[in-house]
Design a protein around this ligand. Structure first.
Ligand code: FES
Ligand code: FES
Length: 160
């Protein structure tokens, strides 16, 4: 047994994972490799692309910028945690409907970041959406459709 390993407990999408990890293990690697929630993507490992965006105790963060041990005892929500009983969240449905993706690599992070955006500002204009998503990059350049999807999800939530 490696004496440097630390035992941590992290709840991800309602499932508790107890695991001995190296102190330098990134939270994104814990999510993907230990919890097998591979919807959270790794693009840059440098806090730039936003592909690894998740929620930790309700706060939206880039999980490549946090160590797994820092999430000990925390509740993490990833893209997989947004749908319930197979039903997509308003944002997920709007991204799908608007075709707001090409390769889809950025999509989970975009949706997680959009959630944070709509929490703070439930009816953002296009400029506010653009600004709210500056921490997330789409290499396919589907920004316009992403903005439309966020706008549509915002409108759908207002109706609800
Ligand atoms: S992988 Fe975390 S921001 Fe790019
Ligand atoms: S859809 Fe390909 S990176 Fe955004």
């Amino acid at each position: 047994v490696n004496a440097d390993l630390r035992e941590i407990t992290v709840t991800i999408n309602g499932v508790t994972h107890q695991h001995a990890v190296e102190p330098r293990l990134l939270l994104v690697d814990f999510i993907r490799d230990v919890a097998q929630q591979t919807g959270t993507h790794i693009g840059c490992e440098d806090g730039v692309c936003g592909g690894c965006t998740v929620e930790v105790n309700g706060a939206t963060i880039k999980s490549c910028m946090m160590l797994a041990i820092q999430a000990h005892d925390a509740e993490v929500t990833t893209i997989e945690g947004l749908s319930s009983n197979g039903e997509l969240s308003a944002l997920q449905a709007a991204f799908l409907e608007r075709g707001a993706l090409q390769c889809g690599y950025c999509t989970p992070g975009m949706i997680m970041a959009s959630r944070a955006l709509l929490r703070e500002n439930p009816s953002p204009n296009d400029e506010e959406i653009r600004r709210g998503l500056t921490g997330n990059l789409c290499r396919c350049g589907t920004y316009q459709r992403i903005i439309e999807a966020v706008r549509e999800a915002a409108a759908a939530s207002q109706d609800a």
